[in-house]
Design a protein around this ligand. Structure first.
Ligand code: CP
Ligand code: NVA
Length: 301
């Protein structure tokens, strides 16, 4: 039996595969992907959610329906996972019923255990350490508005979190300079940095948001309190990193603003920026649907 095509993290891929997936996403969006009307007819995707979700759940569910397939949504509490059944056994059993499994979980080890024991493709719908589907949609969105990311300066401002880690990995594939301005206590995780640098990515870390944003082509941020954070003390540390009109004014005049959502206006970003003309956030959210159709068809067909 051939190994299933998992979509786990961007560091597992050769760049041409990621390029194919983004181009597929764009083709699905245009309506000219080279598949029939219902390429996933009779295919079933199980989605395991150990954390809340709006975009990931609805975009995967709508995408499967639009491609002719179906979904089953499982939450931690209403399955035996919540009572201690192992991830490995869950993977073996679900593989007998469904054609692919998407999981949103906390520890990346659970994602990897699921993939190791599933005989169907496993898709990472976010862990505490990464969010690759989001960053695929983000790259697609930037390209739609401004063309190739190659040679551009992309600046992350705020918490060096899971979404930042996937952006760092993307820098190794799409050849842009990735700057991250974070408080010293909230710098991005070492493994994503080490991997990207080993691949020759241009990564710059600083604690100075003004210096980082100056001359940038794209400014990114995310919530200051992710789903896996209990501690609100981080709000004080992050206050100087708010993306507001003044900070955005230091970027290039045609720079764009991106945020994976959900957003907290008045914390990591002001209303002026997220609801202003440079913001691409609604296209980012929409493109989850399109790029994930690319990921689903690549995993399943
Ligand atoms: N951006 C994102 O993944 O949103 P949800 O948490 O709503 O799925
Ligand atoms: N960093 C955020 C992303 C939400 C999509 C979180 O993990 O809560």
């Amino acid at each position: 039996m051939t190994a299933p095509r998992h979509f786990l993290d961007l560091d597992r891929f050769d760049t041409p595969v990621l390029r194919t997936l983004i181009e597929l996403g764009k083709a699905f969006k245009r309506g000219d992907a080279e598949y029939g009307a219902r390429p996933l007819e009779n295919r079933v995707l199980a989605m395991i959610f150990e954390k809340p979700s709006t975009r990931t759940r609805v975009s995967f569910e709508a995408g499967m329906h639009q491609l002719g397939g179906q979904v089953i949504v499982l939450t931690h509490h209403d399955t035996q996972l919540g009572r201690g059944e192992t991830i490995a056994d869950t993977a073996r059993v679900l593989s007998r019923y469904v054609d692919a499994i998407m999981i949103r979980t906390n520890e990346p080890a659970k994602l990897h255990e699921l993939a190791a024991h599933a005989t169907v493709p496993v898709i990472n719908g976010l862990t505490d350490s990464s969010h690759p589907c989001q960053v695929m949609a983000d790259v697609m969105t930037y390209e739609e508005h401004r063309g190739s990311l190659a040679g551009k300066v992309v600046t992350w401002c705020g918490d060096g979190n899971n979404v930042a880690a996937s952006w760092i990995q993307a820098a190794a594939h799409f050849d842009f300079t990735m700057r991250l301005a974070c408080p010293p206590q909230l710098m991005p995780s070492e493994p994503s940095l080490a991997w990207a640098r080993s691949k020759g990515a241009h990564i710059e870390l600083t604690t100075d948001p003004d210096a980082a944003v100056s001359g940038s082509d794209c400014v990114l941020t995310d919530t200051w309190v992710s789903m896996h954070h209990q501690n609100k003390d981080r709000l004080k540390l992050l206050a100087p990193y708010q993306v507001n009109g003044r900070l955005m004014g230091l970027a290039k005049p045609d720079a764009v603003f991106m945020h994976c959502l959900p957003a907290h206006r008045g914390e990591e970003v002001t209303e002026q920026v997220i609801d202003g003309p440079q913001s691409l956030v609604w296209d980012e959210a929409e493109n989850r649907l399109h790029v994930q159709k690319g990921i689903l068809t690549w995993c399943l067909l």
